[in-house]
Design a protein around this ligand. Structure first.
Ligand code: HEM
Length: 411
């Protein structure tokens, strides 16, 4: 038996490659009150209900207790910007999300995401064209650069600035993935520096776009007017940083987890190679089976609440375990089986309720295009190591590296 609590085992790096047996233990009780403090919920129906419960807050100031466990820093802005809408409750959350949605999705901008399809395909094609040699690290060469380029195009970062933008994104993402033995003070200084540079850069870009707006999101966020009014400059800034952070590492992990899962299920890879349309249901099953956001560790009740007979006190840390909910046998038949033909796949991989993933249509399209093209073009891909080395982060879980042996790239 381990001396670690169940939650410590779940977040412990040694279990990163396969946390699912621990989630099964978690689901033995509807509420697990961990000895380290948090109340942890692993069952599908309970997690879903709490994601929709207006008594559950996402605001840090409502949490009375903090925990020493990792996982509280996802999406953190280091205090340099006002809280973004992931960290806000209604009515502020709803106002900022509605303004951000005007230039992004229906009903005002129904073509934004689909209109990016051609551009996404070109980015994917260019990245695959550039692969050479008989062994590649898919993360470095493909999964990592793809989403950050997409966010640049979405926000309207000029092409010539993209590599600087990638640099800041790298530094900020690294803070989500602390390495053992790393100089923490030094890392925090570098991250703070990157935040300041990124902020200054975006500020300049926002100023420019105010004067001569284009069709991009930054222009429209800075100049657009709707019933909810306009965002302040600081709000545009923290929203842009949110889109960058929330849309980057998550998508990297979905693509990498996807390729890993396909290589472990070669018959599905073969089907995808023959018919790219399989990518649509496949990505949904992936979001259930290997979700990049494993848990939401940053909620708290604003009043005492009762879940299945247990009282969770106001202000207590509440962790909602999405990846565990997705494998709940009370909701999904044979949940540990990867089956892209599943018909009823209402997973929680993109969350649910008012904070459900804002970028979901873009995330889905990116993953569908990426996996279909990788399946079609990589010649005889094989895993060099299984399991691959994982990033340290337990919340945004995914391989740090995915080494593939290939016979070449179909041109
Ligand atoms: C595969 C990729 C992605 C996954 C798995 C994912 C997952 C999630 C999840 C689980 C949440 C809910 C968090 C919570 O309840 O606290 C969320 C929220 C969010 N996501 Fe994503 N996401 C992905 C891609 C993206 C992309 C590409 C963007 C931006 C273009 C994005 C922007 C956001 C934003 C802004 C929120 C906050 C929504 C709110 O608070 O109302 N995500 N995402």
């Amino acid at each position: 038996m381990s001396d670690l609590t169940l939650l410590q085992q779940i977040t412990d790096y040694s279990n990163r490659h396969d946390p699912y047996p621990l989630y099964a233990r978690l689901r033995e009780k509807p509420v697990h009150h961990d000895e380290t403090g948090p109340y942890v919920i692993g069952g599908y129906h309970e997690v879903l209900a709490l994601l929709h419960d207006p008594r559950i807050s996402s605001e840090r100031r409502n949490r009375t207790a903090t925990t020493a466990l990792p996982g509280q820093e996802d999406g953190d802005d280091g205090g340099t910007l006002p809280p973004n809408f992931l960290r806000l409750d209604p009515p502020e959350h709803d106002r900022l999300r509605a303004i951000t949605n005007r230039p992004f999705g229906p009903p005002h901008s129904p073509h934004r995401v689909d209109g990016m399809r051609g551009e996404l395909k070109t980015i994917v094609t260019d990245l695959i064209d550039a692969l050479d040699g008989d062994e590649i690290d898919l993360v470095e060469r493909f999964s990592y650069p793809f989403p950050v380029t997409v966010i640049c195009r979405l926000l309207g970062v000029p092409r010539e600035d993209e590599s600087r933008f990638h640099g800041w994104a790298d530094t900020l993402v690294a803070t989500l993935d602390p390495q053992p033995g790393q100089d923490v003070a030094e890392r925090d200084r570098t991250a703070q520096q990157a935040r300041i540079e990124l902020g200054l850069y975006l500020n300049g870009l926002i100023e420019e776009r105010r004067k001569s707006p284009g069709d991009d999101m930054l222009s429209q966020l800075s100049t657009g007017d709707g019933p909810e009014g306009r965002m302040s400059g600081m709000e545009v800034l923290s929203t842009a940083a949110l889109l960058l952070i929330a849309g980057h590492e998550t998508t990297v992990n979905l693509i990498t987890n996807g390729m890993l899962t396909l290589l472990r299920h070669p018959e599905v890879l073969e089907r995808l190679r023959a018919d790219a349309r399989l990518a649509v249901p496949l990505v949904e099953e992936l979001l259930r089976y290997e979700p990049p956001v494993q848990m939401v560790p940053s909620r708290t009740p604003i009043t005492d609440i009762e879940v299945a007979g247990t009282t969770i006190p106001k202000g207590a840390p509440l962790w909602l375990m999405l990846a565990s909910a997705n494998r709940d046998p009370k909701r999904f038949a044979d949940p540990d089986r990867f089956d892209p033909d599943r018909v009823d796949v209402q997973h929680l991989g993109l969350g649910s309720g008012i904070h459900s993933c804002f970028g979901a249509p873009l995330a889905r399209l990116e993953a569908q295009l990426a996996l279909a093209e990788l399946a079609r073009r990589l010649e005889r891909p094989r895993l060099v190591e299984d399991p691959p080395p994982y990033r340290t982060n337990a919340v945004l879980r995914g391989p740090r590296q995915l080494r593939l042996a290939i016979d070449g790239v179909r041109r």
